[in-house]
Design a protein around this ligand. Structure first.
Ligand code: OAD
Length: 240
């Protein structure tokens, strides 16, 4: 891991599992009792708005009952102490990375604590519920607010910035993601194509494990602090 200056970290639901948030594709294949496709599509929202809005209202409320775990804290430490470039791209819609203190990060699949107005296209910070059809604080439109979540078939946020970071990364690290959803599942191949070292930290080998130079298997709460310690420790040794 010498000669690493620029790091790109991709995180998925697995990094928040030890905080008590359900992953999307558990052993029963269900996300909080639903198939992901029943909830996370524009069609589902149009067909059954109450179901989708209530579902996300519950997920948003659940954030108050969880706290960042050792893996989020380790990445926040890396953000604070890594002297080179770093970008943490999360597929997660929870706010645990930022509550742990990470700053150099973005949410490619949107955020629970944000609402998107279908009338004016604006995005607003949102803590409360949406099922009751509140007015948009930006345009005043009633009932147009939906969760600011990237549904299946919609374009993830900040893809240009992510593509740039993938092209410039010396090291790409994927944490707690099943590799089932594109474009994120293809990031490892893009990063490798551009010459990055690639490392996977996951509870079990993901669908794309074979694309990584190295795959470490175990809980994020153990593996991530260990890896961050290595990275920061190596820098001290190198400097000395
Ligand atoms: P998944 O639920 O598909 O995958 C979670 C991964 O984390 C699995 O490979 C688990 O083995 C692993 N995992 C579970 N517990 C872990 C732990 N304690 N430590 C490390 N790894 C652990 O979630 P994602 O890959 O994030 O999109 O799913 C990708 C996208 O699919 C989500 O962002 C979501 C969903 O549709 C949207 O909501 C737009």
């Amino acid at each position: 891991m010498r000669d690493i200056e620029t790091i790109l970290v991709l995180t998925g639901a697995g990094i928040s599992a030890e905080s008590g948030l359900a992953t999307f594709r558990g052993p029963d294949g269900l996300w909080e009792g639903h198939r992901v496709e029943e909830i996370c599509t524009p069609q589902a929202l149009a067909r059954n708005p109450a179901l989708v809005q209530n579902f996300y209202d519950m997920r948003r409320a659940a954030l108050a009952r969880v706290v960042p775990n050792a893996a989020h804290h380790a990445l926040a430490r890396l953000d604070a102490e890594w002297p080179g470039e770093l970008l943490i791209v999360t597929q997660n819609v929870d706010d645990l990375h930022e509550r742990a203190g990470a700053r150099r990060m973005l949410h490619m699949h949107g955020e629970l604590k944000s609402a998107l107005c279908r009338e004016c296209g604006g995005r607003v910070r949102w803590e409360g519920t949406l099922a009751d059809g509140p007015a948009c604080p930006l345009c005043g439109g009633k009932g147009g607010l939906r969760p600011d979540i990237v549904f299946f078939g919609e374009m993830p946020y900040q893809m240009e910035r992510i593509e740039e970071a993938l092209a410039g990364a010396d090291l790409f690290v994927s944490i707690g993601t099943s590799g089932a959803v594109y474009p994120a599942a293809g990031f490892v191949q893009t990063a490798r194509y551009h010459g990055a070292q690639t490392l996977e930290l996951n509870l079990d080998p993901s669908a794309g494990s074979h694309f990584f130079h190295e795959s470490r298997v175990g809980p994020a709460g153990l593996l991530v602090p260990e890896w961050v310690g290595d990275m920061l420790g190596d820098r001290v040794t190198d400097a000395g």
